[in-house]
Write a protein that binds this ligand. Structure first.
Ligand SMILES: *Cc1c(COP(=O)(O)O)cnc(C)c1O
Length: 355
């Protein structure tokens, strides 16, 4: 039976990415060697790394003055690296969920953190609005897509300070005005490739402004200078990320991906709103087009287990909600085909007919 992969991360990748990775595991770029056993300094792999960085710049329309890095340590490492490198005295943070609050916790090691607003009291079911940012903030940090709660800021906030953003779960899902940002980071395992590499986009002029000493590996300048080859980069994940980027380009780039994502999300939210058994958990105006969270309606709470089994029997994988929200979460990242979203909707309709 066809499996429909709704995992939140690591998550679905394009068939193109998986096929080309499988081929390279056997024979990488005609070298007669596996991608698993080649030097990161071989000319074939340096070409992969260069092409991947160039494609990220091209697809996201990154202006001059920015560098693209491939780092280890996951997005969670960036929670500490960002303030280590960018926070002089004070920074503003928006608390929209678990990942945002983890970022706040780390930033507090480096300076004064102004949490401008939080939706914690409502279990992070909406994005706070109308907050104000102190003019003397070094930057404003936010999480563009809250993977666990299914809320998303699908815009680049217009503020008087520069932006720093965790885009782990929605990078490449829409065009971005990069010029507003000092730093963007994203763990690859949601919208780019397998786990093990984090993509960092950093504005060169934002670096070198802090007084504190920075350990070599945690200093973005180390990796800028060595083009992400100061130490051994995650070779295989970077190879797979390149395949995904090529596939994104074949799809028509981020505008086309966004259009497709909007359509897929609308199909699923329409069904959640229509079907008497289910309801969405995120505020309507803040609904994510990447992670769609829903629960059983009050009158049908006792059917949760049964629906989970019913959906699994129909080939739906990974739709259990995060333990802090419960219910269900369908992650419908860029690589998720519309047909899989439609299959989930059919499953919801069929389940409704039985009740
Ligand atoms: C998954 C996720 C993280 C954590 O990423 P790691 O690579 O596991 O550290 C951080 N932020 C967001 C928004 C995520 O979705």
């Amino acid at each position: 039976m066809k499996k429909h992969n709704f995992y939140a991360g690591p998550s679905i990748l394009s068939e193109y990415t998986i096929k080309n990775t499988a081929i390279a595991v056997e024979d990488f770029a005609g070298t007669g060697l596996s991608i698993l056993e080649v030097s990161h300094r071989s000319k074939e792999f340096v070409a992969v790394s260069d092409e991947a960085r160039a494609l990220i710049k091209e697809l996201l329309d990154i202006p001059a003055g920015y560098d693209v890095l491939f780092l280890g340590g996951g997005a969670s490492m960036q929670f500490c690296m960002a303030p280590f490198n960018l926070l002089k005295k004070k920074a503003s943070y928006l608390d929209t969920g678990t990942w945002a609050s983890n970022a706040i916790k780390e930033a507090k090691f480096f300076g004064e953190i102004d949490v401008v607003a939080s939706s914690k009291e409502a279990n992070y079911s909406y994005i706070p609005k109308g907050y104000s940012i102190a003019g003397d903030s070094d930057y404003f940090h936010f999480t563009s897509n809250n993977t666990i709660y299914g809320t998303e800021m699908r815009y680049d906030p217009d503020l008087k300070v520069r932006l720093v953003c965790d885009m782990s779960s929605d990078i490449f899902s829409r065009p971005i005005d990069i010029s507003k940002y000092d730093l963007i980071y994203a763990g690859a395992q949601k919208n780019l490739g397998p786990a093990g590499v984090t993509v960092v986009i950093v504005r060169e002029e934002a670096l070198g402004q802090v007084d504190r000493p920075i350990p070599t590996m945690l200093d973005y300048r180390t990796h800028v200078k060595k083009e992400s080859m100061f130490n051994t980069p995650p070779v295989l994940p970077i190879f797979s990320v390149l395949q995904t980027l090529k596939w994104y380009k074949m799809q028509g780039g981020v505008e086309a991906l966004e259009q497709n994502n909007l359509e897929k999300a609308a199909i699923l939210y329409d069904e959640i709103d229509r079907n008497k058994l289910f309801k969405g958990t995120a505020a309507t105006e803040d609904r994510s087009i990447m992670n769609v969270c829903f629960v059983m309606n009050e009158a049908y709470q006792e059917l949760e287990e049964e629906f989970a089994k019913f959906a699994a029997a129909a080939g739906m994988v990974g739709i259990k909600g995060h333990r802090s929200v419960g219910g269900f979460r369908a992650s419908i990242y860029n690589a998720m085909p519309k047909t899989s979203v439609e299959a989930l909707v059919q499953t919801m309709k069929a389940f409704e007919k039985q009740h």
